[in-house]
Design a protein around this ligand. Structure first.
Ligand SMILES: [Zn+2]
Ligand SMILES: [Zn+2]
Length: 166
């Protein structure tokens, strides 16, 4: 049981780490897909929670989820139950973190528990939807600050690239 929990946590940790630093933040600087689909205003819950059959929305969702699936085989032999639980939790979290659009509010005890475990609440994730400089770490809040540093670094690189092109 403990092993399964540790493996599930590791899957979410490395999945969120790779997704944030290799896809989400670089995509905000160099790409358009994520900004145009996931950050487009006035969409509904099913759009943000990737529950619609729209190619661009699905592609952004798949690219964001890919790191979790890449980590999964490395942890499979340690605990397959843990891997499955981690993937299911990740999927559940995608739905849950977008409930703010429906006006849902996280109950106080859940917010407190999330703070204790450094888990991103819907309210924190909603902040990211409005202010793209904030609220990074889809699942874990401790990725927010390093992601902002990474965002600034990549923006500087983009600036250098633009200037060197003339
Ligand atoms: Zn984003
Ligand atoms: Zn979102």
């Amino acid at each position: 049981m403990l092993k399964a929990i540790v493996v599930a946590w590791l899957l979410l940790f490395f999945g969120d780490f790779l997704s944030t630093f290799c896809y989400h933040v670089p995509e905000h600087v160099f790409g358009r897909l994520h900004l145009q689909t996931h950050h487009s205003a006035k969409k509904n819950f099913r759009h943000y929670a990737i529950l619609i059959l729209n190619f661009q929305v699905l592609l952004d969702g798949v690219l964001g989820a890919l790191p979790y699936l890449l980590v999964a085989p490395f942890l499979w032999n340690f605990s397959n139950v843990g891997v499955i639980f981690g993937l299911l939790f990740g999927q559940f979290h995608v739905w849950w973190r977008h409930t703010s659009i429906m006006g849902w509010q996280t109950p106080e005890p859940v917010t407190w528990l999330c703070k204790l475990l450094f888990i991103t609440t819907p309210e924190q994730h909603w902040l990211h939807h409005h202010k793209t400089n904030e609220g990074y770490g889809d699942i874990f809040t401790f990725f927010d600050q390093p992601a902002r540093v990474w965002l600034r670094q990549l923006r500087l690189i983009r600036l250098h690239l633009r200037l060197s092109k003339g």
